[in-house]
Write a protein that binds this ligand. Structure first.
Ligand SMILES: NC(=O)c1ccc[n+]([C@@H]2O[C@H](COP(=O)([O-])OP(=O)(O)OC[C@H]3O[C@@H](n4cnc5c(N)ncnc54)[C@H](O)[C@@H]3O)[C@@H](O)[C@H]2O)c1
Length: 347
């Protein structure tokens, strides 16, 4: 397949690009190269003849028209977004512009391209979204694809809006879409402002390990390479107009997760004295911090036969090993604006 991947220089997009090229697909990576992008994430495929890169903004309709006409993809996998909840609290405007207006612009360009191609039924617009659109759970229950939307942060509200646009373009114009909503990803190339890399890198630097609130917030952790595998399955075999929840079947409270990371670091890079867990520090909670997210994976499991391959214990170990082996990658990104600062405490 020829895939146009938006946001392919980001964390998840680059995992999709690397896996798709490895599996023999042709990939056009479309990315505006915001603060969150890093072309080193795709360095392993950069010289592959089936890979090309286009620096462009999804809000730029002329650029989207030109790229679609030139590359003629069989499918668009849309991952480009502003993705950090804390930044959305401090500055929601770019989330509205990229996640909503940008998705609208890309949908319109995709529709015009699809019509010009003769409305092929095999075309796919695959929108990649988050479980955060479903809101917050108590201690029981899981999100299914039928759970009503109830977003609570500017980030999740902007993603929810984009999901609705994608569904509307299917129902109104017949655009062949598929939609996925996944849980928290983690793994190699995770930008160093997100929880897991922050914990690993602060631990190594001897800094406090910040836990928002009391650390009881629960997330379902999905190893990014498993997620990329699920996305490639959905874009090829997912039913048109259908959404699929993708989870890791690995629920952990933030505090348990951080303690696990400390245990792995104690083993792989022991401190002269004590445990990295001694650096754990509880800090002011994020405003509107959702208590728990959990995914019911029944649909993707029964209809497409997909399940995650990596347990959270194994995935965290691989992730820590990757950060220990790739210091040059993360040190460069730590210089970027806002990284390492406490964001999202305005209310
Ligand atoms: N990281 C997670 O745990 C998670 C969970 C659920 C869903 N998602 C969704 O998956 C997608 C990818 O997430 P991620 O964590 O890889 O994000 P990321 O922030 O690491 O990468 C986003 C990429 O999009 C690019 N981008 C941003 N604005 C753009 C624009 N206007 N035009 C073109 N490119 C632009 C950035 O340059 C960056 O390379 C997002 O849509 C996000 O909402 C992420």
């Amino acid at each position: 397949m020829k895939l146009l991947v938006t946001g392919g220089a980001g964390f998840i997009g680059s995992a999709v690009v690397r896996l798709a090229v490895a599996r023999g697909h042709s990939v056009v990576n479309l990315d505006a190269l915001t603060y969150a992008a890093c072309l080193d994430n795709v360095a392993t495929v950069a010289d592959n003849p089936r890979y090309s890169f286009e620096q462009a903004d999804i809000r730029d309709r002329a650029a989207m028209d030109r790229i679609l006409a030139q590359h003629k993809p069989d499918a668009i996998m849309h991952l480009a977004a502003e993705s950090h909840v804390d930044r959305s609290i401090d500055g929601p405007g770019t989330f509205i512009e990229t996640n909503i207006t940008g998705t609208y612009t890309l949908l319109e360009a995709a529709r015009a391209y699809w019509v010009a191609q003769g409305r092929p039924t095999s075309f796919r617009f695959h929108h990649i979204s988050t479980d955060e659109v479903f809101g917050s759970l108590g201690s029981e229950g899981q999100f299914t694809e039928e759970t009503p939307y109830d977003p609570r942060s500017p980030y999740s509200a902007s993603k929810a809006a984009s999901d609705h646009l994608v569904q509307a373009w299917h129902h109104t114009y017949g655009l062949p879409i598929v939609l996925t909503n996944c849980s928290n990803n983690y793994g190699p190339y995770h930008f160093p402002e997100k929880l897991i890399p922050v914990i690993i890198l602060n631990a190594l630097a001897g800094k406090p390990l910040p836990i928002y609130g009391d650390g009881s917030n629960v997330r379902d952790w999905l190893y990014v390479e498993d997620h990329a595998d699920a996305l490639l399955l959905v874009v090829q075999q997912g039913a048109v107009g259908r959404s699929y929840n993708i989870g890791g079947e690995n629920e952990r409270s933030n505090l348990d997760l951080v303690r696990s990371l400390c245990g792995i670091l104690d083993e792989l890079r022991p401190k002269p004295q004590g445990s990295y867990a001694d650096q754990i520090t509880f800090v002011t909670d994020r405003p509107g911090h959702d208590a728990r997210y959990a995914i019911d994976p029944a649909r993707i499991s029964t209809e497409l036969g997909w399940r995650p391959s990596v347990t959270v214990e194994e995935g965290l170990r691989r992730t820590v090993e990757w950060y220990l082996a790739n210091e040059g990658w993360w040190r460069a990104l730590q210089e970027r604006s806002g990284v390492g600062e406490r964001l999202g405490v305005k209310s």
